[in-house]
Design a binder for this molecule. Structure first.
Ligand code: AMP
Ligand code: MN
Ligand code: MN
Ligand code: MN
Length: 283
């Protein structure tokens, strides 16, 4: 039997302007269709606001749509992103918890902008510029506002100089614990998938423990292929998935057509030996 992964152009990690993506959910789906994507998940940061529009657009374009979300969680003082795939967007507990996540994001943004004021930047102006953009606020919104205001050259500079770990305007977010977030996803019928495992600053031992804790909490999959990751790296993460008994997912983490490192529709391939997370969902 051919695993569906070999036949399908599949992308299970994307963003719309309901969080920090550039495109509306329907624009995103149209772009994915044009790029040949056959199975698409929308996974905005801590919100399901775009799922209905995306699902509707996907139906008209023959794309199989996967309702998703990318939830911010805490593990050993690190921010960890957990994708909830095939969630029920109407699940009451999930919606209530995401409302609280939205509040945490808004409160954190105010604090970050206060820190920027202390650093000599126009914090109130930058906060207003973030609030004028669509979507639940993220540091990416703020980085855009800082570029637009001429305070930094590129978004990456905003993180390097102010917003990143250890910098003056880095505010520790009080995200709920990893196991709690996995619990919300499971209660909403979703598959908890650990996003971009290589992006966390962890020793090899800590990374192993993260995976052990994730599995113990009910985590089911690991994002083995993420965005622009190289082949060597994909093989290493595939080995981690197999070792910990996790299924594998693939996703571009697409945000913006202008960012070229993670385009939609590149037909990201999962290495042999890893069970595709979509196997039991796509018939
Ligand atoms: P937040 O979830 O509010 O902490 O914001 C994190 C988001 O900012 C990520 O999802 C990325 O989209 C974006 N981001 C993180 N680091 C960088 C960076 N160095 N340069 C540009 N964007 C970044
Ligand atoms: Mn993002
Ligand atoms: Mn992420
Ligand atoms: Mn993402």
């Amino acid at each position: 039997m051919n695993p569906p992964g070999e036949l399908l152009n599949i992308d299970l990690h994307t963003h719309s302007n309901c969080s920090d993506g550039a495109l509306s959910p329907s624009q995103l789906v149209a772009r994915a269709a044009a790029a040949g994507v056959e199975v698409l998940a929308l996974t905005d940061h801590d919100t399901v606001a775009g799922l209905e529009q995306a699902d509707h657009s996907a139906g008209g374009l023959g794309i199989r749509f996967v309702p998703g979300v990318e939830i911010s969680a805490a593990w050993r003082a690190q921010s960890i992103h957990v994708l909830g795939l095939w969630i029920d967007p109407a699940a009451a507990q999930l919606r209530e918890e995401l409302d609280l996540q939205a509040e945490r994001r808004r409160t954190r943004m105010v604090k970050i902008c206060e820190r920027l004021s202390k650093a000599g930047l126009p914090g109130a102006e930058l906060l207003a510029a973030v609030q004028a953009q669509p979507g639940l606020p993220t540091r990416a919104h703020l980085a855009h506002a800082m570029v637009a205001g001429g305070h930094v050259g590129r978004a990456d500079d905003a993180f390097r100089k102010y917003l990143g770990a250890g910098k003056s305007a880095n505010v520790a977010a009080d995200w709920p614990a990893l196991d709690v977030v996995v619990g919300w996803i499971r209660a909403a019928g979703g598959v908890a998938t650990l996003a971009h495992p290589a992006r966390y600053t962890l020793s090899a031992g800590a990374r192993r423990q993260l995976l052990v804790d994730f599995v113990a909490a009910g985590g089911a999959a690991l994002e083995v292929v993420s965005g622009g990751n190289g082949a060597q790296h994909v093989e290493a993460v595939a080995a981690m998935a197999v070792k910990h008994g996790l299924m594998g997912s693939v996703g571009s983490d697409f945000h913006d057509p202008q960012l070229t490192w993670n385009p939609l529709g590149r037909s990201l391939k999962l290495p042999d030996g890893v069970t595709p997370v979509w196997h039991s969902y796509l018939k």
